[in-house]
Design a protein around this ligand. Structure first.
Ligand code: NDP
Ligand SMILES: O=C1O[C@H](COP(=O)(O)O)[C@@H](O)[C@H](O)[C@H]1O
Length: 589
């Protein structure tokens, strides 16, 4: 198997083998080339090192990664770029065990919106929290002409200190910025990536180099960059990983093609497909809530849950991103990835362990059990211009980069079903929209009615409203609350609805880290739990592609809704068809 992969990919397989004894069976050819007993003794020494190493990734579970701050008891034997053989001559153990390591992070597309808004600030936050290794550098790479000093100026404007931790912040920023450099180059130029490689080597000299590339660029240039980086700028002696931003294709075919192309240069273990919703605190908490509290897990099935709602809404339009958005639409932008990932986490069976593969195995089973999506179970909408309080808000098609006759949905609602024993018949309703009345993301779980409820007549007419509802408010103002029925104090017997509320800002003074911090840290640590595996991606696209094709082939016109409204009325009919009332509509929310 390894012989068909690039040298870059082969070195990563070696890394995996090196770090996880159980993976020997998967890639059994590689250890045969090396001295097996030597491998085993190294693994033992790595395991020893792990015990001393304070893990900092988001999973409280032993990692596959080589500890970054230890001396290097875990250097993988590697092939060099010219394909020389794996083996001891490349990595004499006596040397490797004493070599210091360094981490080089290259943000490709450093001049762009995401890099400025999220990636550099997240890297700084990790530095500030002492989560980055002692030796690290950050390189920005893009076509824009800029000096390192200009890059520092640019990113210094977006770095912020935590409110709860502002001591020495200015000094820390200066120290961080000193570690940031820039290289201008074309995305398809091997020569320019060779130049980057030289600059990286200058910083890494004498150390074992681990390299992380963050592709913060439009998807049409992903493969060029991966090719150039893999051939010219991958690490010769440490690991090389690549974080890929969405979109991962626009349907099954293009996504498959992207995966195939990436895998010409990278092994699956090197690809970190990011879905930043998986890095959000409340999404992380979903599994904790369910698997560490006895009160929830027994209820987590069709017998007790009436429906589940996954809601995403933004109170602004596609401003500035119309060009990108028009080619994708809200279903590809939010539903096929962020909401579907949450659904899979919500609905999966208990994984064997917290290991990334165990969790992703369970998620993929859910995705593959989804009932094919029917057009009649989907509503699409597009926002139109609207004036309110003397202010006018644009229509989607007012964006100069969007064609006047665009049918691209900026809103969608869908009813999905999971064809398995746990969830048979339970509607999972998704709703995602831009330019709505509020900004919010939440998971709502509506429970069934209490059978033979003694207090039925004390609820008045609307029994539906009196069922329990569990809400995980992902953002803003993170909270988990459970709606319960209780007696109003007094001599009569009147029932009321109240919330048992875990409001994060009231419970914890600590600022919640941004999702990109968690995900970057995990990629650095080699923790793949929160990244999308290729089979998950296949299953996600297989679910949505037929629907997307049908919408496009039949030129389904989206229902127009005013900017700042609650979205198309059709979403309510869809919910009603499945006996559901959207939970985000009640007044107390
Ligand atoms: N922005 C966001 O909030 C989010 C973005 N993403 C994804 O992250 C990635 C980066 O997003 P974002 O920063 O907004 O993207 P940008 O459009 O800002 O592009 C990033 C950089 O790529 C270069 N670039 C832009 N267009 C092209 C092109 N057609 N050909 C070659 N190079 C180009 C530019 O750098 P230069 O000209 O200097 O080379 C630009 O600064 C995208 O894949 C996006 O889908 C995902 C989630 C949210
Ligand atoms: O991936 C995306 O997410 C953002 C919303 O992210 P959030 O963390 O601010 O909720 C969305 O605006 C964008 O369209 C989409 O590509």
């Amino acid at each position: 198997m390894a012989t068909n992969l690039s040298p870059f990919a082969t070195s990563v397989i070696a890394t995996s083998l090196w770090n996880t004894p159980h993976q020997f069976s998967r890639f059994s050819t590689l250890p045969e080339k090396a001295n097996f007993s030597l491998w085993v003794s190294r693994i033992r020494s790595i395991n020893g090192a792990r015990k001393r190493f304070q893990l900092k990734s988001s999973n409280g579970h032993p990692l596959d990664a080589v500890p970054l701050q230890e001396g290097l008891a875990g250097i993988p034997p590697a092939k060099n770029h010219f394909g020389s053989q794996l083996g001891e001559e490349n990595f004499p153990i006596s040397q490797s065990e004493h070599v210091e390591s360094t981490l080089s992070i290259t943000v490709v597309g450093a001049s762009g919106d995401l890099a400025k808004k999220k990636i550099f600030p997240a890297l700084f936050a990790l530095y500030y929290e002492d989560c980055l290794p002692k030796n690290f550098v950050v390189f920005g790479y893009a076509r824009s002409k800029m000096t390192s000093e200009e890059l520092r100026n640019m990113i210094s404007k977006t770095l912020t200190c935590r409110i709860d931790k502002s001591a020495n912040c200015k000094d820390k920023m200066d120290q961080f910025l000193k570690r940031c450099f820039y290289h201008s180059g074309q995305y398809d130029s091997e020569e320019h990536f060779s130049e980057l490689d030289c600059k990286l080597k200058e910083k890494e000299v004498g150390k074992l180099s681990n390299r992380l590339f963050y592709l913060s660029i439009p998807p049409n240039i992903f493969v060029d960059v991966v090719r150039c980086a893999s051939l010219r700028a991958s690490s010769a002696n440490g690991w090389t990983r690549v974080i890929v931003e969405k979109p991962f294709g626009r349907d099954s075919e293009s996504s498959g093609e992207l995966t195939r192309c990436l895998k010409q240069y990278l092994a699956e273990e090197q690809i970190f497909r990011i879905d930043h919703y998986l890095g959000k605190e409340l999404v992380e908490n979903l599994s904790v809530l369910r698997f560490s509290n006895l009160v929830f897990e027994p209820l987590w099935c069709r017998n007790y849950i009436r429906n589940v709602q996954l809601i995403f809404s933004e109170d602004f339009g596609t401003e500035g991103r119309g060009g990108y958005f028009n080619n994708y639409g809200i279903i590809r932008d939010i539903m096929q990835n962020h909401l579907l990932q949450i659904l899979a986490l919500f609905a999966m069976e208990t994984p064997v362990s917290l290991d990334a593969e165990d969790i992703r195995n369970e998620k993929v089973k859910v995705l593959r059990s989804m009932r094919p999506l029917q057009l009649e179970d989907v509503v699409v909408g597009q926002y139109k211009g609207h004036s309110k309080g003397g202010k006018s808000y644009p229509a989607y098609i007012d964006d100069p980069t969007v064609p006047q006759d665009s049918l691209t949905p900026t809103f969608a609602a869908a009813a999905l079903f999971i064809n398995n024993a746990r969830w048979d018949g339970v509607p999972f309703l998704m709703k995602a929209g831009k330019a709505l009345h509020t900004k919010r993301a939440e998971i709502r779980v509506q429970f069934r009615h209490v059978p033979g409820n003694l207090y039925k007549r004390n609820f008045g007419t609307d029994l539906d409203k009196a069922t329990n509802e569990l809400v995980l408010r992902v953002q803003p103002d993170e909270a988990i609350y459970l709606k319960i029925n209780n007696k109003v104090p007094g001599l009569g017997m009147r029932l009321d609805r109240s919330d048992l509320n875990l409001l994060y800002r009231a419970r914890y003074t600590r600022e919640i880290p941004d999702a990109y911090e968690r995900l970057l840290l995990d990629a650095i640590e080699g923790e793949r739990r929160l990244f999308i595996r290729s089979d998950e991606l296949v299953a996600a696209w297989d679910l949505f592609t037929p629907l997307l094709n049908e919408l496009e082939e039949r030129k389904i016109a989206p229902e127009l809704y005013p900017y700042g409204s609650r979205g198309p009325v059709g979403a309510h009919y869809l919910a009603a068809k499945h006996n559901v009332r959207w939970g985000d509509l009640s007044s107390e929310d």
